[in-house]
Design a binder for this molecule. Sequence first.
Ligand code: DX5
Ligand code: ZN
Length: 219
Amino acid sequence: MIKVAPSLLSADFQKMGAEVQRMADAGADWLHFDVMDGQFVPNISFGMPILTAAAKGPLPVDAHLMIANPEKYIDAFAECGAKIITVHAEATNHLHRALQMIRAAGCLAGVALNPATSPECLRYVMGDFDLALVMSVNPGFGGQKMIPACIDKVAEIRAMLDKAGLKAIVEVDGGVNTKTALPLMRAGADMLVAGSALFGAPDAAAFIREIRMADAARL
Ligand code: DX5
Ligand code: ZN
């Protein structure tokens, strides 16, 4: 069954705790936490203190580090309570080491790929990650439109994992709504991040239900 991770970036920060609870009540699986440093991406979001608070809620926190040299901060994010830590392949010279550090810190290890990055960069770290995050927008901002080329990339990564007999999760992030979810699920996505469409939906539970029903019906 498809899993859904609300991106906290689109929450109402004046009531963050209630927003996280609202997403848990709506049936979300993980809480997606977008860390931006103003260097790897052109925007700055939030970091450790907010993650510490978010991690006290009911959902496992998936920290998406859109930061340069992420290995410097892996242990700190793990200590704040992240259960999944995802680094960008483009943000480190030492992807293999960064993934090992994440696992050594007791977290699931994720690799994110920008829209123009080839899945080929995963080939020699295939057994070293638990999650591949396909960026379906250029990272840095919520509320953008999905780039359709990411659909083929999801299918390619899924095929690479299947061929290697690996069970890693394929996650997609950016421009996900109840319509764009369909081709992504058909291509083999296991987990969808949704920010503006989910937090802005009149009924978050209905939004998640609609995506799950479409997945179950293989629409
Ligand atoms: C973009 C972030 C996304 C973003 C998704 O840089 O990584 O997680 O918040 O937001 P929507 O769903 O609005 O595209
Ligand atoms: Zn993200």
